[in-house]
Write a protein that binds this ligand. Structure first.
Ligand code: PBG
Length: 345
């Protein structure tokens, strides 16, 4: 049977418009839609963020992120194995530092035997071909929940960069592939690049969270790391004002000059215009982070059957591709990879 029937009745025919161009022709069949599709999501585009825990055989659900769990390293290996089996190229690591190890100076961040470094060594040992991305920022390690050092209520820049460099080197020595500074201090990319090169880590890449906004969408992530309750004040003196676009381009330009190999925009869905402008302006690998609050928002709606989970997951991820993202950090990476496998047969 012919799809997309034009009106057949006499009466309907008299209402036929004389149109030479009918955009609906290219949408009339699944096979044409496949041929003319401009963007495609692939498992190659996905990065899975994971939360690691100390101890053994520990599995703690994150209440505000249904389906996401904090896992001790023995269980994390099984979870990551699933990502590897599905063809996901990389995972982003977020260790849950016990609150008793958090201090004002976040010194645990640079401990070569901290949970982050142990997570890196465990996963590298098990999955040598999997890309490992390490967050560089102090908030998982500070007792005040800020990404940097604080004096008299001020988040210090240059002093923080020194600690970030030590944190980055500890991760590089442990075997990280990509360092992802998410702290938004000025000058940290150049400082980290110089320190890496001086230590013969020329191939360790830097993906800068170049345009990271002071967003309310990070709430569930801070629950996962137990850092939200600790946070004094907000992060608006270092993370970007959601009102700004040009400023994102200046941030990206600086980080590229300082040696970033890839740049990231974060959050994702409310900032597609930034993804698009960054990609068009710089033509560099541009990543986007569909953050915890975006995941929570979708899961809350789909749990109520207000939205169709599989469809909205795929639609939001395709939206990032359309905006120009090369890769997407998303807590839905495994479910998306499964759906992609089903679709491709
Ligand atoms: C650490 C960091 C944060 C996120 C990634 N790295 C939290 C923050 O900056 O407050 C958020 C990720 C998410 O919400 O999924 N600086």
């Amino acid at each position: 049977p012919r799809p997309a029937e034009l009106p057949q009745t006499e009466a309907a025919a008299t209402r036929q418009l004389s149109l030479r161009m009918r955009p609906r022709r290219n949408r009339a069949d699944a096979w044409t839609r496949r041929l003319v599709a401009e963007n495609r999501l692939s498992t190659d585009d996905l990065i899975l963020p994971v939360f690691s825990l100390d101890g053994e055989n520990r599995r703690e659900p994150v209440a505000s992120m249904p389906g996401v769990e904090r896992l001790s390293l023995d269980l994390l290996v099984g979870h990551v194995a699933q990502a590897v089996e599905l063809g996901i190229p990389a995972v982003a690591l977020f260790p849950v530092t016990p609150n008793e190890l958090k201090t004002p100076d976040g010194a645990e961040a640079a401990n070569p035997d901290n949970l982050m470094c142990r997570t890196i060594r465990t996963l590298k040992g098990q999955f040598p071909d999997l890309g490992l991305i390490g967050d560089v920022a102090l908030d998982p390690y500070t007792s005040h929940g800020h990404d940097g050092l604080v004096r008299d209520g001020v988040i210090l820049n240059d002093e923080t960069v020194e600690v970030l460099v030590a944190q980055a080197l500890a991760q590089a020595d442990a075997g990280i592939d990509i360092l992802a500074p998410s702290d938004m201090m000025d000058g940290r990319i150049g400082a980290i690049r110089d320190a890496l090169d001086a230590r013969n880590h020329q191939l360790v890449r830097i993906c800068s969270y170049a345009a990271k906004y002071a967003s309310a969408f990070y709430g569930p992530f801070r629950d996962a790391l137990n850092s939200g309750g600790l946070l004094k004040g907000d992060k608006r003196t270092y993370q970007m004002d959601p009102a700004n676009t040009d400023e994102a381009l200046r941030e990206v330009a600086l980080d590229l000059q300082e040696g970033a190999d890839m740049v990231m925009v974060k959050p994702g869905m409310p900032y597609l215009d930034i993804v698009s402008r960054v990609k068009q302006t710089f033509s560099v690998p541009t990543f986007v982070y569909q953050v915890s609050g975006e995941y929570a928002m979708l899961k809350a709606a789909t749990a109520n059957s207000w939205l169709d989970n599989d469809k909205v997951v795929m639609e939001t991820l395709l939206g990032f591709k359309r905006a120009g993202a090369d890769a997407i950090l998303t807590y839905s990476a495994i479910e998306a990879a499964k759906l992609l496998r089903q679709m491709r047969g």
